[in-house]
Design a protein. Structure first.
Length: 429
């Protein structure tokens, strides 16, 4: 089994605690790949060096440490350029990787759906393109052929061309998948069921929350990036209002930019949902940093302006009550829960119901007796508060999602403006 030495480096002394936290997270990432970590080193240096990122003296110390512990791989938390990676491997004589490569390997191992596999393949191709000389020993050879001029095309150039063609093919396939997802999403919108996206840092308990709320059989593991593919399940709230809940891929600090771009299609669910359920691990000392990381990505997606319900999970694991008090003071509208024990779940469901109600309107309708389909739809997508039958009509008072208004508008018992004015106080409660 491979043995890993982890290395993190920082320049500003104020960044030491942050660098230490990132190095600990890197150990979790490497552990997710099943590679035991035998040693960690945190390096302070004055400036970034072109050859090894850190000074040559400290680089020699790292290599000596790796040999002493019989390591098979050195993993840097910092991003290494292709030339720096090659220089390190020449110096150490073993594999050298960085945080980006580890994350790509995890995504590659865990991708299940066709979309996720395409996204990961695309990201890996874009990452590996400038690093081809690291992977192959024959790339300096020249290859001639019919019509070739001069020395011909080198093997390296051929392989780069092949990878560029594969990247173009994968991008086309991804566009096809995105169009398919857009069609599915459009079909969902036709049935006006509100939907919420569960977002948050990786391993905060998003999938566990989905399972607790819906009873869905979804993958739950105490590992980073256990979930890569979106999972959508329907639940019925206490007022019988249906809601679609979508679990999304977890966020992580310093996510490779290739994956940020490649996973935009997956994260579109967050951008297009009616509201967000942002789950935070209350037991994590770096919880605010994780919150800021998630918000930055949501900002990039244009989803940061949506209604958001903040949920503090794992409160049963919080050892310092003062820390939880400080979090609640910072997020006074947040809900504190433990998905594991069930603590706070009733309050969470109630708050989710309130968020859904903000997107509904209460109407009085006169439905023709022959339009039983409309009454069935009202029962399915809204809430029937009062119902009685008249000659040729069914008079109903019900709450419907605002996006279904155009369906029921022709059957209003009074003008729409009056109905909306009456509904405003109820919606604002």
């Amino acid at each position: 089994m491979e043995r890993a030495l982890l290395v993190g480096s920082y320049i500003d002394a104020d960044r030491k605690a942050d660098a230490q936290s990132l190095l600990e997270e890197l150990e979790e990432l490497v552990d997710t790949l099943g590679i035991p970590v035998v040693e960690r080193r945190l390096i302070s240096h004055r400036e970034n060096h072109a050859r090894y990122l850190i000074g040559s003296g400290k680089a020699e110390e790292i290599v000596a440490c790796a040999k002493e512990h019989m390591c098979d791989v050195i993993v840097f938390d910092n991003e290494l350029s292709p030339s720096q990676q090659r220089n390190w491997e020449e110096l150490a004589g073993i594999t050298v990787a960085d945080r980006h490569e580890i994350i790509l390997d995890i995504f590659g191992a865990r991708a299940q759906s066709r979309e996720a596999r395409i996204q990961v393949d695309l990201a890996r191709m874009e990452y590996s393109l400038p690093r081809l000389t690291r992977a192959w020993s024959h790339l300096g050879q020249q290859a001639g052929g019919i019509g070739a001029k001069g020395e011909g095309e080198s093997q390296l150039e051929q392989d780069k061309r092949k990878i560029r063609l594969q990247i173009d093919r994968l991008k086309r396939e991804l566009q096809t998948v995105r169009r398919s997802r857009a069609t599915q999403r459009k079909d969902r919108k036709r049935a006006p069921v509100p939907n919420a996206a569960i977002v948050g840092y990786t391993n905060v308990g998003k999938s566990s929350l989905l399972r607790r709320l819906t009873g869905a059989d979804v993958l739950i593991e105490n590992k980073l990036f256990a979930t890569l593919d979106t999972t959508t399940r329907k639940i019925a709230l206490p007022n019988k209002q249906p809601l679609l809940l979508t679990d999304t891929v977890g966020f992580v600090r310093n996510l490779p930019h290739q994956l940020v771009e490649a996973f935009n299609a997956t994260l579109e669910e967050a951008a297009l949902s009616d509201f967000l359920i942002h789950v935070l691990d209350a037991s994590q000392p770096a919880v605010m940093e994780f919150y800021n990381t998630t918000m930055r990505v949501l900002n990039d997606l244009g989803a940061d302006t949506q209604q958001m319900l903040v949920v503090f999970n794992k409160v049963d694991k919080v050892s310092d009550p003062a820390a939880l008090f400080a979090l609640r003071r910072h997020f006074p509208e947040a809900v504190s829960v433990s998905v594991k024990t069930g603590e706070g779940m009733d309050e969470l469901v109630e708050r989710i119901s309130e968020f859904v109600a903000r997107g509904t309107i209460t109407l009085e309708l006169r439905l023709p007796s022959e339009r039983a389909d409309l009454l069935a739809r009202l029962h399915r997508d809204g809430t029937v508060r009062d119902l009685h039958y008249e000659d040729g009509f069914t008079r109903v008072i019900g709450t419907v999602p605002t996006r279904a208004l155009e369906v029921f508008a022709p059957f209003l018992a009074e003008p729409l403006a009056d109905a909306e004015e009456k509904a405003l106080p109820a919606s604002a409660e």
